[in-house]
Design a protein around this ligand. Structure first.
Ligand code: ATP
Length: 157
């Protein structure tokens, strides 16, 4: 392996490990105890999103509900469920504060190398090199959960 290939390999392993370092048993227990606690509306959203993940259909979903009604609780449970299967779920948020609400949360600007001048660029492009570790992660990733604003969730796979 050449030096640059080895560097890439190490970086990819590091990124993947970072997304798969969760305690599967603890997550499984969280899912087991918290899913039955979901209220009816949370349960509909949970089942819909897990079905989209399991079937591979993916999609974009917006979770819209008043403050304090359990959106973060639901998103945390979705992350736990996906990660408890040793799949990768990126929890991305638009602000650092929002990112701290989710286990393993990161800002989208940091994780996806979003350009800082998105508002003034007509066709903004993420600064992710084709052969970078993050590009590989995005190719293998199972699901990305993107908490855009407190009330919106974007799910892609
Ligand atoms: N189904 C549930 N069972 C038990 N507790 C719940 C449930 N749903 C939400 N909670 C609890 O209710 C509180 C508010 O939920 P949460 O923080 O998820 O709301 P939110 O909609 O994300 O709020 P905000 O919009 O203000 O960020 C939290 O303490 C959370 O643990």
């Amino acid at each position: 392996m050449t030096a640059s290939n080895r560097h890439m390999h190490d970086a990819l392993n590091h990124e993947l490990q970072r997304e798969q370092q969760y305690d599967i048993e603890a997550l499984t227990e969280t899912v087991r105890t918290n899913v039955p606690q979901l209220n009816q509306q949370q349960r509909i959203a949970y089942d819909t999103l897990i079905e989209a993940v399991n079937s591979g259909s993916g999609g974009i979903y917006f979770l819209d509900a008043p403050g304090g009604t359990g959106k973060t609780f639901l998103i945390s449970l979705l992350l736990a469920r996906i990660r408890s299967r040793n799949d990768v779920a990126l929890a991305l948020a638009s602000s650092g504060i929002a990112a701290t609400l989710l286990e393993g949360g990161r800002t989208a600007h940091s994780a996806l190398k979003l350009p800082l001048n998105m508002q003034i660029t007509e066709t903004p492009i993420c600064n992710i090199a084709k052969n970078s570790a993050m590009a590989k992660i995005l190719q293998v990733i199972f699901v990305r959960l993107f908490q855009l604003f407190p009330d919106q969730l974007l799910l892609m796979n």
